[in-house]
Structure formats: structure tokens, C-alpha cells
Design a protein around this ligand. Sequence first.
Ligand code: ZN
Ligand code: ZN
Length: 181
Amino acid sequence: MKLPLHGIPEEGLRVNFNHETKELKQSLEQYFPSSTYEGEIELRPAGEHFHLKGHFNSDLKLTCSFCNEPFDYVIDEDFQEILAPVWEKNLKTASNPKEMFESDVELITGLEGEDFYLSEYLKEVVEFALPAHPKCREDCKGLCLTCGSNLNETTCECSKTRQSTSMAFSGLKDLKIDKKH
Ligand SMILES: [Zn+2]
Ligand SMILES: [Zn+2]
């Protein structure tokens, strides 16, 4: 979805979207194959720049990368940025646009042409919000590396075997230490 920055009125432009918004589907569908999302953004001219504020929300199913079970995950992101289009790249450093706003906003420079690509931007928001290694719960025990059992649900015998093996090794370790002396 392309938003021409020059067409944005003084009072700002507000866009509400959800999983049915056609222009965003192509970019975002891959992340939400079976879940819904919604959000809104507001773009407002601010001197030479544009102030972007928005919200993104989704309840989705992720697969735990430790135990392979699906679980519910919530994305609930607020974001705000300052857009500094390319045509201002010669902007004097003295006029720091960040000073005009709250200190925690990001500054995006190098917008292509004079348009803001909302679909591309939201894709980044989503990628940032998704965990690299989804975990179904803080104390997920994962799968047994030996037999593949889900250790959240069962206990297998492998750990006992491992324990006795490591006990055998600790005996060896003691031997090595003795040798040093
Ligand atoms: Zn898990
Ligand atoms: Zn096992």
C-alpha cells in the first residue's frame, strides 16, 4: 500500500486496516496464514517531516521451537517514527528533527521517492514483533534429544541413562585431576 506523502493534509491522514485489507494482504498474509490482525496508522506533516504513529494487533498461532507444539501468541505493538524523505537528505544536521518529538521515536530516512510504503513498513513491524525462537512457555522443557519425547508431557528413560553416563565420566575427571598433582 503506497501513501503519497504530498497528498497528506495538514490535519493528518488516518488509515485503519485489518486482515481483509486487500493492499496489505500480499505482504502480511505469510505471517498470518490462519489468524487475523488489525491496526491503524496516522501520518501527520510536521514541518519538513512526517510524524507516523500507529498500532498493530494480532492473536496468532506459533509453533514452539523447543517442543514443536502450537501455542497462542499476541502481538500488541505501538510504534511511532519520523519520516524524512529523500528529497531532504541534504538537511542541515543542526536542525535535528528528533528534537521536535519525544526522544524515543525512530528516524527513518531515505524513503523512496515521495511515497510511504505502508505494506513494507508493517512487514518490518511484524518481523520485529515475532520472536526468532518462539517458546510456548517460559519453562518449556522441549523435546528429548535422544528419543524425541515431549518432556512437558512425559518423562523418558533417556535422562536416567545420561545421568549414569555422566557419573561414569565424572569418575574419569577425578582421575585426570589426580594425574596433574
Ligand atoms: Zn514448548
Ligand atoms: Zn528420551
